[in-house]
Write a protein that binds this ligand. Structure first.
Ligand code: AMP
Ligand code: MG
Length: 323
């Protein structure tokens, strides 16, 4: 049994195919180059222009015909309206033309479920840090609960905004990571942990106004924001008494963030897991796998009820596929 999943919450168009044993048969990822930041309409146009070719590539790589697809899943939210709508339209069309069930998937939950599939993590606390999202999520009393999250912008978006102001091309995260390696002076930036939530816009303003050396600003940006996320993740671990940390989202490609989170976990006797490259960032395979789990739990939707959810909340979803 094969599930085809569409990802399209932001700048990435992803189409992935998984089987019912949890094998990822293909995972094609295409990213719209958001040099000036993500323009939602342009991201949607990028997805539309590349849709048919990306579906064909995913089928070819999985060595399956379109008639072998049994379930269609798509990222229903959260994300940018135009991008979500374009990808949802493709998913609906394919579901109707093949006569197969349709499932709408929460993007943040998909990051967690793919981690449970491809790593040894069973019941982790997810630290999810991407361009648009920053959340600490864990399963508790029948739901994926948000234990902490950004009150303003996603961490990746903050790094990208800082980069743009300094002529660093998008995505700025990797370049900031390289510069930070040459920095050593910790500049004081507003360490903003509010309860279990975090905020990045004040840090961005302070960093933009700093006239310290670029390397030291990058170093301090990383040290400050990564420490904030590590602190919140540690408190979520303590609160839930879980012993696994799962990392997801583009920002966790950063080695310093991985090191900080895994050092914290180790000191608490917990394990840290990171899915491999293409399964860690936004991708269609994670949507396909989560869609398959949801389908098995009877969570298919009709086309009439398949409207997109730009503000979809992680904790709105009833998790019928876990005990
Ligand atoms: P996503 O939204 O999950 O596709 O992730 C994209 C975000 O990850 C962008 O904001 C990038 O700047 C950020 N990113 C990618 N690589 C790194 C890195 N090595 N360090 C920090 N941020 C990164
Ligand atoms: Mg994501």
């Amino acid at each position: 049994m094969y599930t085809l999943g569409f990802e399209g919450t932001a700048h990435t168009l992803g189409v992935g195919i998984v089987d019912d044993q949890g094998n990822v048969l293909s995972n094609i990822i295409l990213t719209y180059p958001a040099t000036e930041g993500i323009h939602p309409r342009e991201a949607a146009n990028h997805h539309a222009a590349n849709m048919s070719d990306t579906i064909s590539r995913a089928l070819r790589e999985a060595d399956t015909g379109v008639d072998d697809i049994d379930v269609i899943a798509f990222s229903q939210g959260p994300g940018l309206g135009p991008a979500l709508r374009t990808v949802a339209t493709a998913a609906r069309a394919m579901s109707i033309s093949l006569g197969v069930p349709l499932v709408g998937v929460n993007h943040c939950i998909a990051h967690l479920e793919i981690g449970r599939l491809v790593t040894d993590a069973e019941d982790p606390v997810l630290l999810y840090a991407s361009g648009g999202n920053t959340q600490v999520i864990a399963f508790s009393r029948g739901r994926y609960r948000v234990f902490g999250e950004t009150l303003d912008i996603g961490l990746g978006n903050m790094l990208d905004k800082f980069g743009r102001a300094h002529g660093i091309p998008f995505p700025a995260g990797p370049a900031i990571e390289q510069k930070a390696k040459k920095g050593s002076k910790l500049i004081e930036l507003p360490y903003s942990v509010k309860g279990m939530d975090v905020s990045f816009s004040g840090i961005l303003t302070a960093a933009l106004n700093s006239d310290e050396a670029m390397e030291d600003i990058c170093f301090s940006l990383q040290e400050t924001t990564f420490a904030m996320l590590t602190e919140v993740t540690e408190r979520a671990l303590a609160h839930t008494r879980k012993s696994e940390v799962l990392l997801g989202g583009g920002v966790v490609r950063n080695k310093r963030l991985r090191d900080m989170a895994s050092t914290m976990a180790r000191e608490r006797g917990a394990e840290t897991y990171v899915p491999d490259g293409g399964l860690c960032v936004d991708n269609g395979a994670m949507i396909a796998w989560t869609g398959y789990l949801m389908y098995q739990a009877g969570m298919e939707i009709t086309v009439e009820n398949s409207h997109i959810k730009p503000n979809h909340r992680t904790d709105d979803v009833e998790i019928l596929w876990r005990n």
